[in-house]
Design a protein around this ligand. Structure first.
Ligand SMILES: [Zn+2]
Length: 317
């Protein structure tokens, strides 16, 4: 059977149109969205949390990082790339997820909030950077030398909340008072979390805490603790034997009681270090995603669980 090129072209166009219409409600957001609701795309969980709280019913928020997925090495589907182009607002942190940086740049979407413009990223601490370089030798890993984990300091979340509020008011002035009210309520909860952290952690017997994934630099600096990262910034790299020995030496020196690990990554490294020294292991959650195994169902409750874990391990309160 032979097609004229014209007929073939028509058939192809037809197929493409069919495909396009089948994909039209692309992304869960578009399917669920009611008339008048905004679409917000958040790069990963903490920004999704802020967007949902500030926007309330006025937007449908989707996260590019699936719950339980590791945000550090995120890759995007074509559908997600398209959602970045069409979103009313994209919230991301430049230089954390390369795939998102690239998709945002290529989208030309002017409605983007790069949170690093309101909460500047700090360089890795010297110890973590050293460790990170070691870890990076064996594997391909792009990193800017900046620590992305700003959301683990509640004060930074206040700044991000207010920036999201301001952008939503620009985009949708009709609901300005709702956005202001929602942001005020969330700010209040974040500041009371900050107060709990401040009052509890200033009483600790021990300042050092040891964690597999060095995600808690901002938190440690804010509350006067000292983070010892086993793996540095990359959550699933294997520490060198030299690094393990170094960490064990620190643990002995400071009478550390607990080796922390995170829910999204195997606890094997933490357990083997702890096992050698007869220490406990516990979860300190970098809140890069919420799953059934999270100790809490949102940012605020998991942060409260983290405080409880630190309090127990470091003899505070
Ligand atoms: Zn991380």
């Amino acid at each position: 059977m032979k097609f004229s090129s014209r007929a073939l072209g028509g058939a192809l166009i037809g197929a493409v149109l069919l495909l396009a219409s089948a994909c039209a409600p692309a992304g869960t957001a578009a399917e669920e969205r009611q008339p008048g609701q905004l679409s917000i795309v958040a790069a990963f969980y903490p920004f999704q949390f802020v967007a949902e709280r500030v926007a309330g019913d006025h937007a449908v928020v989707t996260s590019l990082t699936a719950p339980g997925a590791e945000p550090h090495d995120l890759e995007l589907t074509p559908k997600q790339v398209a959602s970045i182009s069409s979103a009313d607002l994209v919230i991301y942190e430049k230089s954390f997820q390369a795939a998102v940086d690239e998709a945002v740049a290529q989208s030309g979407n002017p409605n983007v909030l790069d949170t690093a413009t309101v909460v500047p990223l700090s360089p890795l601490s010297e110890a973590d950077e050293h460790d990170h370089e070691q870890a990076a030798e064996g594997e391909e890993h792009e990193h800017s030398g900046l620590d992305p984990h700003v959301w683990l300091d509640p004060n930074n979340m206040v700044t991000i909340t207010n920036a999201v509020r301001d952008r939503l008011i620009q985009i949708d002035r009709a609901h300005a008072s709702d956005y202001s009210g929602n942001a005020r309520e969330l700010d209040g909860q974040l500041l009371s979390l900050d107060k709990q952290y401040r009052t509890t952690l200033q009483t600790c017997r021990l300042r050092e805490f040891i964690t597999t994934h060095a995600a808690f630099g901002y938190l440690a600096r804010r509350y006067g603790l000292e983070q010892v990262g086993i793996n540095g910034l990359s959550p699933d790299s294997e520490p060198s034997p030299a690094r393990i020995a170094e960490v064990q030496q620190i643990a002995r020196e400071h009478h550390v009681t607990t080796i922390f690990y995170e829910t999204l990554v195997s606890p094997a490294v933490a357990q083997s270090i702890a096992g050698d020294l007869g220490l406990k292991t516990d979860v300190l959650d970098p809140i890069e995603g919420i799953t059934d195994s999270s100790r809490g169902d949102d940012y605020l409750s998991v942060m409260a669980s983290n405080l409880t874990a630190l309090t127990t391990a470091n003899g505070c309160g």
